[in-house]
Design a protein around this ligand. Structure first.
Ligand code: PLP
Length: 384
């Protein structure tokens, strides 16, 4: 009998339509700053229901441009989540501003608005909540805090395309800059890429200029109005993005299907492990909201050896990974800002117990079953 196939953590779903679109872009000989970029941006803005969207080379580039657009100065403090991909905090550092962390909510795993409020001080200039794992953040609370204290608001929605807040509005549609990412594990991919959704035309113009070496809107080659970067998205990537965006409802539905399969199988396993030491499954989205499934991350039972579980899954050809490390405990944050263990206990416990399981739209029922059986065996529990 041949060995079972390897099950990776993530896989993009790319079909013939994507191949044809990228080939057409390649054959057009217009490889950058062409019509596909504009078409992708307009389709994205329409999907979200926002006036403008600006495509860029990555989610990180989008965060950097969005933070510049709200006007951070050196030494300004930005309150953000320690439980995120490191780029959300790094982008603040790019502007010589300071990330100030506050603890997270144990169910949503998102920045807790009350904890964030406690961190507001005389140098606070902005809030940067993250919709982690596609779970919509408490945006109304952050909007209220920003309004009350005169703060800027940038949302890291890199993991949350397709999610909806409690009031049913689309994540990223409320007017403040919201940033999306299109790395290959995201809901849609352009290989590398990102998008900033904004309501304000002046911000859109600044972002478009700064992503393109500070050029003006007429794009004349050697006119540079301001400091800029090269954060452009290529026409090949935009072509891929247009097709992927068109397939978004199908991609989201497939992700939801896989999440449900995991939930149904692991619910029994969670009950089978010991009270107080349980395996925890992803929290349900609040009433009225919609989570956009990005990854399937469980919290392992408290006294479990995570390294041993990962190794056991790997022996069966199954990838898994701790997800995510607490940002404040990463070496450059500890060294620069003196962050220590114990400062954000909810985040630290979530981070220590977390395990991302394989998750992608085309994942079959059989693959989910293989993963859940392997996990049960690694935890010494009966097969689900
Ligand atoms: C929450 C979050 N922020 C920012 C990023 C950065 O996006 P990118 O990898 O496209 O730069 C990612 C994804 O990688 C992310 O998950």
């Amino acid at each position: 009998m041949s060995a079972p196939h390897a099950i990776p953590l993530a896989r993009p779903l790319i079909g013939e339509e994507e191949e044809a679109a990228v080939l057409a872009a390649l054959r057009s000989e217009r490889l950058s700053l062409g019509s596909r970029l504009k078409e992708f941006e307009e389709a994205f803005a329409r999907y979200l229901g926002v006036p403008y969207a600006s495509a860029c080379s990555s989610g990180t580039a989008g965060l950097h441009l969005a933070l510049r657009a709200i006007g951070l100065s050196e030494g300004a403090e930005v309150i953000t989540s320690p439980f995120s991909f490191v780029a959300s905090a790094n982008a603040i550092l790019y502007e010589r501003a300071l990330p100030v962390f506050a603890d997270i909510d144990p169910v949503s795993l998102n920045l807790d608005p009350d904890a964030a409020a406690e961190r507001i001080g005389p140098r606070t200039r902005a809030l940067l909540p993250v919709d982690i794992f596609g779970y919509p953040c408490e945006i109304e609370a952050f909007e209220a805090l920003a309004a009350r204290h005169g703060l800027g608001l940038v949302e890291d929605a890199c993991e949350a395309l397709g999610a909806r807040y409690r009031d049913g509005s689309a994540v990223g549609s409320r007017g403040h800059p919201a940033v999306f990412g299109f790395y290959a594990n995201k809901q849609i991919t352009t290989g590398e890429g990102g998008m900033v959704a904004v309501a304000d035309r002046a911000l859109k113009e600044q972002i478009d200029s700064e992503r393109n070496h500070g050029r003006g809107p007429e794009l004349s080659l050697l006119e540079h109005e301001r400091l800029g970067f090269n954060y452009r998205l290529s026409e090949l990537a935009a072509a891929l993005g247009i097709v992927q965006l068109g397939r978004l409802p199908e991609l989201l539905a497939q992700r939801e299907r896989v999440a449900r399969l995991y939930h149904d199988a692991l619910e029994q396993l969670a009950v089978a492990t010991h009270a107080g030491e349980e395996l925890l499954l992803p929290g349900a989205a609040p009433e009225g909201a919609r989570r956009s499934w990005f990854v399937y991350v469980v919290a392992l039972p408290r006294r479990c050896d995570r390294g041993a579980v990962i190794a056991q899954l790997a022996r069966r050809g199954i990838a898994s990974k701790p997800y995510l490390p607490a940002i404040h405990l990463l070496p450059h944050f500890r060294e620069r800002f003196g962050y220590k263990k114990g400062m954000f206990p909810v985040c630290e416990e979530v981070s220590e117990r977390s395990l991302a399981l394989p998750f992608y739209p085309q994942m079959s029922e059989g693959e989910v079953q293989r993963v859940t059986e392997a996990l049960a065996a690694a935890l010494g529990a009966p097969a689900p």
